[in-house]
Design a binder for this molecule. Structure first.
Ligand code: SF4
Length: 98
């Protein structure tokens, strides 16, 4: 039996390129003092690790590395925890590098 080498998501993300739409994030986290269960789930669900806890225990997002997979949209948008849209044309992730 042949064992295939494992591939980590982080290794593949390195090949992506992003054009950041400065000042116009395409995903926004609803203002909160204590994160909901959905927001906390995003810390683990996002494959690009765009979601983090700040020093106040609130969930924040940095969209610069977003691969637009939609996982957080499924988890957080129905509950109103996030607002999700695609980046404006010409901005966002570029997959052509690998
Ligand atoms: S769309 Fe995917 S990669 Fe982008 S922030 Fe949401 S979960 Fe992360």
């Amino acid at each position: 039996m042949t064992v295939e080498p494992s591939v980590r998501v982080e290794d593949k993300l390195f090949y992506n390129r992003y054009l950041v739409d400065v000042g116009r994030p395409h995903i926004k986290v609803r203002a909160h003092t204590k994160p909901s269960a959905q927001l906390l789930a995003l810390l683990r669900a996002c494959p690009a690790r765009c979601y983090e806890l700040n020093d106040k225990g609130q969930v924040e997002i940095t969209v610069d590395g977003c691969i637009e997979c939609g996982t957080c949209r499924v988890i957080g948008e129905p509950t109103g925890d996030i607002e999700w849209s695609y980046p404006r044309g010409g901005y966002g992730v570029l997959f052509k590098f690998g």
